[in-house]
Ligand binder design. Sequence first.
Ligand code: MTE
Length: 401
Amino acid sequence: DTPDNHVPRDPRLIRLTGVHPFNVEPPLTTLFKEGFLTSPELFYVRNHGPVPRVRDEDIPTWELSIEGLVENPITLDFRQILQEFDQITAPITLVCAGNRRKEQNQVRKSKGFSWGAAGLSTALFTGPMMRDVIKRAKPMRRAKYVCMEGADKLPNGYYGTSVKLNWVMDPNRGIMLAHKMNGEDLRPDHGRPLRAVVPGQIGGRSVKWLTKLILTDAPSDNWYHIYDNRVLPTMVSPEQSAKEPKWWYDDRYAIYDLNVNSAVVHPQHDEVLRPAKAGPTATYTAQGYAYAGGGRRINRVEISLDKGKSWRLANIEYPEDKYREYESDLFGGKVDMFWRETCFCWCFWNLEIPIPDLTDSDAILLRAMDEALSIQPRDMYWSVLGMMNNPWFRVAIIKDG
Ligand code: MTE
């Protein structure tokens, strides 16, 4: 018996922690097979505690307050959020800062559970821009941050975090409130009835079951903003970080934008390489995904079969570009990506490799680069929370017999 008995869940999801709270990723190959958009029932879940119980009849009166450094503090109910603001629909990939943490834990145990490479998912989110909602409360000049709070009650208070107000006010950053995913009402695990969506930043900033926006002149002092979603300097040990709060209170170590990252989905570690056709010209099509943060586009994906001495250039597809052209309704909302230059979604890469090249090699190495020319590093940067792990992705090739 758990506090989440009311929440329906898909048995294909892989549990990463015990029975409660619910933290899951889909099998990587299943996620990939879904294609660009992830079905809501397969979307990864990161919950710090129990999912708030919200009855259908209570949704119209769900309240969001906008307070703090505003001239006109207001409380909006769910109906007003739907009816009184322009609604946009856009594809956005959410990524947990812990994606690929398992590799860090294999090197040295961090203070986090072991995500594989499927701690990310993509949906068409629908709702108003957060800036429109905040403007109505008339921010004061002193206001610099937007603190958000959710309704999930946790051991250290409600879940909360903050982002900069100037990011929220910049329409090209796409920071929005969402009540729908792929045209259906949000599911309980994903913030039903209302969440924040902060594109291009780690999932931890996209507060679910959103109840409060508080404008302040300093970053959030919520426990989860301070003690979660940080990359502390590598020499800080778990013991030291527990004894010395100074490491946590340094906002330079907080994570906002995602870093550049990629993964091989095919071949899997244990996959038997089946060529499209037999013979000396037989090839295998390697495939996977890549993403970057802050709206930056992935500009190359490279594969090495000789420990990084030489690299081959993979083909890249950017399915999100297709959505920039939509003018008609899709899933009951106008797809409106007025952030035309920015990329807030994963992209897919593929490369045909002659089978002998693969069987002669001992591992496939993969790395991506983004528009800022940030490239995935060869070496891991271990840190106490095991977050933002993005070294070259490696799949060993195991020879028969
Ligand atoms: N919001 C609330 N209220 N409570 C939470 O536990 N987890 C955060 C974020 N928002 C969390 C939250 C984290 S760490 C991530 S990665 C994303 O939600 C995950 O969103 P998802 O479960 O919809 O995939």
